[in-house]
Design a protein around this ligand. Sequence first.
Ligand code: GLN
Length: 552
Amino acid sequence: MLHLAVIQWPMPRYIFITGGVVSSLGKGLGAAALAALLQARGYKVRLRKLDPYLNVDPGTMSPTQHGEVFVTDDGAETDLDLGHYERFTGVHARRSDNVTTGRIYSDVLARERRGDYLGATIQVIPHVTDAIKAFVQSNHDDEDFVLCEIGGTVGDIESLPFLEAIRQLGNELGREQTCFLHVTLIPYIAAAGELKTKPTQHSVKELQSVGIQPDILLCRTEQPLPEEQRGKIALFCNIRPSAVILGMDVNNIYEVPLSYHAQGLDAEVMRHFGLADETPDLSAWTHICNGIANPDSEVTIAIVGKYTSLQDSYKSLGEALVHGGIANSAKVKIEWIDSELFEAEDAAVEALHHVSGILVPGGFGERGSEGKIRAIQFAREHRIPYLGICFGMQKAVLETARNLAGMAGAGSSEFGEPEIPLVGLMTEWTSGNQTQQRSAQDDLGGTMRLGAYPCLLEEGTLAKGLYDDAEISERHRHRYEVNIAYRAKLEEAGMRFSGLSPDGSLPEIIERPDHPWFVGVQFHPELKSKPFDPHPLFTGFVAASMEKSRLV
Ligand code: GLN
């Protein structure tokens, strides 16, 4: 259920970002980069995403179809674009920063059942569109700008209510309060040797047909656009030529703010709102880009997972490794390895011989899980730095249990009933001052242990040294947990429990003091890493992997 706060005053300016022609144009990145540019001009920003699909949230969607599920501090399972938003602005996203058609409808229908609309016929306009507008305008923190990205591509049936809602907002709030930014593609047709503007013209027509006149066009292209083509787009799309901004392809995503600034995107936004065009402070972005472009060394790290066919499934993870690289002046080369390979043939682990670090990320389900245990055994025995995240921690504990603690029957109750349920379903835990309870019969959507929870670090551990703090807060997304009752047996087998929930009942971090760098965490540190503030676990893991590569 959506809980909407009252609209505050002064109202922020809204920038609505739509996409046309094709999907995957980097709309989310564009929105994030623009927000970063506005921040660099001293403005306070918030980013939001409106997703047209019918799932209530992406929590139950396959990572290989939809990409990573990004979890917020307040426990919402959201679209991966929110990860870009946080990485580019450092502003922590909240539940109220992502909504889907499914959530809007389930809220409207719940209100209808309650009798809130008694007597009325419930319709898309105005009931659904009103709910969308209320969502867009809810939970602000005196931001100067709220950037609202509409998922999907203009012309999709699903996105119509969202477009209608932002059209109405544009009308109600006026042009001085709203700006429509449309992201399109200008394809290069090699056979003709030309850039083609027609798809952009058609896409703008489509947008105009639902009553939205874009103020700024961000045209993604591989080649510079001749001036005359820019003029043509401006003429046919009814905007001024300076508002046709080129979004050229760049070498890495952190160059996007600098590139879009050079093309005049933020200056055009200032012009639209009648704000002074002062020079932004982009030194942080220059620093990050210089670091990425000029590394002192290179290190290869293997990610052994199940969703390796779509790297978007591990979006934040890949980025957190880039950040760990920036902190160590190193380029991190990632080898994506399907963990099932290690189940099929004995020789497969040989593929791990040349890597300097092994990472087993979060995951669900049995497929490939035994392969992960074999990769972890390899990392432990060959003294290769190991970072296990969530599922990767649970598997590391099972590896020690089976191979070093004499518990051959140890397993996880995520897949049936193991002889020794070392990893079991969490049925009760504390969240703030509330007790959360779950059973095996619960719904799967939104019922995991989600969001930020505190963790206390043990003195004298690797984790404590890395974080340099006694209490940390990290984001979680799991249903199963290492059973603390086996702590003594695991510690006898060389494992140390270095982080626990404040009540001591939930193991949060494990490590192996007999190994150069072996850490497993029950949470997802990758979700909080930023290019300008790399996460200590990734900085430490990359540093240890560099050390390993020097030893080989
Ligand atoms: N499947 C495991 C659990 O639910 C791990 C989840 C994860 O890796 N995010 O506990």
